[in-house]
Write a protein that binds this ligand. Sequence first.
Ligand code: ADP
Length: 219
Amino acid sequence: MIELQGITKSFGTLQVLKGIDLMIEKGEVVSIVGPSGAGKTTLLQIIGTLDKADTGTILLNGTEVSCLKEKELSAFRNRQIGFVFQFHQLLPEFTALENVMIPALIAGTSSSEAMRKAKETLAFLGLSERASHKPAELSGGEKQRVAVARALINNPAVILADEPSGSLDTRNKEELHQLFFDLRDKLGQTFVIVTHDENLARLTDRTIHMVDGRISLKI
Ligand code: ADP
């Protein structure tokens, strides 16, 4: 599902990724751990096509993304990849339902179909009762689950999550982690999760350790 070869990335004179080779299979739940500054977020952003590598190739679900032009790339990203961030990044002026609809609307889905899909996705995540609430009226765990619904609405092949449970308390953390595994089991999505959370990392199918811009073999 994800195949990286020889990925390097520098910001100015700082080389942040120093040659990353990585293969992730469909349906794998993979965590990326490592010290702060190791390059984890940069790698996730590059996998998510939000940033470009300086060298190397990236195959996502069979597509070589560096060959795509900007317009094709954003359409590809919107269809194939869902993002979950540490802070939910829901738009405060919109309801949960409207927030979840946004990626579908961007993908060109009609508003009635986007609404139908958003309702279905919220229901799937047990959030139907919260559909008309704005983010400020939701608990931390609910906000993060709405963010997961938003990531899921276009049925992407890959979900990328950057410290998804970093702002949650223990109970909500556990629920969110369980949700990722349920989604993988029910929908077959591939998850790549950057985390400091050792409990989450331990549960994943595979943990990738990054140190100083490289994948470390030491566990
Ligand atoms: P991690 O997620 O492992 O903490 P990051 O990928 O966020 O690491 O950052 C790796 C290094 O790259 C850090 O030294 C960070 O300051 C630097 N960095 C990340 N993004 C940028 C950027 N847009 N411009 C300049 N430096 C950056």
